[in-house]
Design a protein around this ligand. Structure first.
Ligand SMILES: C[S@@+](CC[C@H](N)C(=O)[O-])C[C@H]1O[C@@H](n2cnc3c(N)ncnc32)[C@H](O)[C@@H]1O
Length: 377
């Protein structure tokens, strides 16, 4: 089944199927040609009957495995350069200057070692039938009582990967961070997988999460777990605050954003990661319809347009200045559907503008909207 070894996925040279019925026709004798490269890079052409392309097993387990194999082949063939690049023609000049490429390889557009390891482990786990069968059973039973995040925390599954230590250090350096590397807080840290990559750089590491199993996972990793509401009072100010993939998953993102400016030490940095295009979804919120209670005004067309929208309309009015930004894949462990999942994640490194240069009342364009529940969420 799926493997992250680099191998060449055959590129079919004939027309695709027309319908699902066609796909299921097992007796077709149409032929097609597939070009493959051998280990030496030589291209060979093989002719196969349509049976191999059309075949779809009838038993449900066999069908699941067959579909997974197809999905994994599509993942293998996906051009991963797209993970680390943006359409620069759609980015403003002042923002382009702050771009930090975080991919590996000569063109800095390939997964680095940590991402490769994550993908390999994820592939292996997704291929383990007993493990996936257990997860699937437990998930359907537990989903009546607790959130998906808490189920993942309990089962120790669904781990995510944002950045490696090297990528984080590169971002911090590009933002001109001079230290000290005293305290770090990771808000909405999940199981703490990403926190673990950078924890050794700091003297004190704090974390929060709203899900009890995730809090348990965080304390098992020896991070000091703070209250989700009072984290800034309990241990701040912090040299570095991580807010990774939380603004679109928490109920009151504006309240959280307003706490950042005063929770950073002078010269401290806030690192925000956000999946774009913006699509908020709250597992357990006040409204009960999975929409956030507070509207975050993320405007702009597509991923590139929303980057400028966030910098100008969300961060700047709250006295948070963007010093560097980048784009990475937000990787999630796979299951019987496919080896892993990914989303486009944009990272921003921000600093708090000093008091003298910042007047909250004058500059906060979003203040009227902060508590609004009417916005297009
Ligand atoms: C998408 S996950 C991100 C996990 C991790 N930061 C990452 O980037 O992989 C969002 C996490 O935020 C947590 N969460 C949601 N609302 C929160 C809140 N108000 N305070 C702290 N954590 C929250 C969820 O339980 C979940 O673990």
């Amino acid at each position: 089944m799926a493997s992250t070894e680099v191998h060449h996925v055959p590129r079919c040279t004939c027309e695709g199927r027309k319908s699902v019925e066609d796909d299921l026709a097992e007796d077709s004798t149409r032929t097609c040609q597939a070009r493959t490269e051998d280990a030496s890079g030589l291209e060979t052409t093989t002719t196969t009957t349509a049976v191999s392309r059309n075949y779809r097993p009838r038993g449900s387990l066999a069908r699941v495995l067959f579909d997974k194999q197809k999905a994994d082949e599509r993942l293998e063939a996906y051009d991963k350069r797209q993970w680390y690049t943006v359409d620069t023609s759609k980015i403003r000049d002042d923002l382009l200057k702050l771009w930090v490429p975080l991919g590996a390889g000569p063109y800095r557009d390939q997964p680095d070692k940590a991402a490769e390891i994550f993908l390999m482990r994820s592939s292996e786990r997704s291929d383990s039938l007993p493990l996936q069968a257990w997860h699937s059973l437990a998930r359907s039973a537990l989903s009546w009582f607790i959130s998906r995040t808490s189920i993942n925390g309990l089962l120790g599954r669904g781990s995510m990967h944002v950045f490696s230590c090297e990528q984080f250090e590169k971002l911090m350096e590009a933002s001109g961070f001079k230290g000290p590397w005293g305290s770090l807080v990771d808000l909405g840290a999940g199981d703490g997988a990403t926190t673990t990559h950078v924890a050794h750089l700091f003297e004190r590491v704090y974390a929060t999460d709203i899900s009890p199993p995730m809090r348990w996972a965080l304390s098992k990793r020896k991070f000091t777990v703070l209250d989700v509401e009072k984290w800034h009072e309990e241990a701040g100010p912090f040299d570095v605050i991580l807010c990774l993939n939380l603004l679109d998953r928490c109920d009151r993102p504006n309240t959280l954003l307003r706490q950042f400016r005063t929770s950073l030490t002078p010269g401290g940095r806030l690192v925000v990661a956000l999946v774009l295009p913006f699509s908020p979804y709250v597992e357990v919120g006040e409204r009960g319809d999975h929409k956030p209670s507070e509207y975050l005004p993320v405007k702009g067309n597509g991923l590139e347009g929303q980057i400028a929208g966030l910098v100008d309309r969300v961060f700047a009015p709250l006295g948070l200045k963007c010093l560097a930004w980048s784009k990475l894949p937000y990787l999630c462990e796979g299951d019987l559907g496919q080896a892993y999942y990914f989303l486009d994640d944009v990272l921003f490194v921000l600093e708090a503008v000093p008091d003298v240069a910042y007047n909250y009342e004058e500059k906060n364009e979003t203040s009227e909207k902060v508590r609004s529940q009417e916005g297009p969420v």
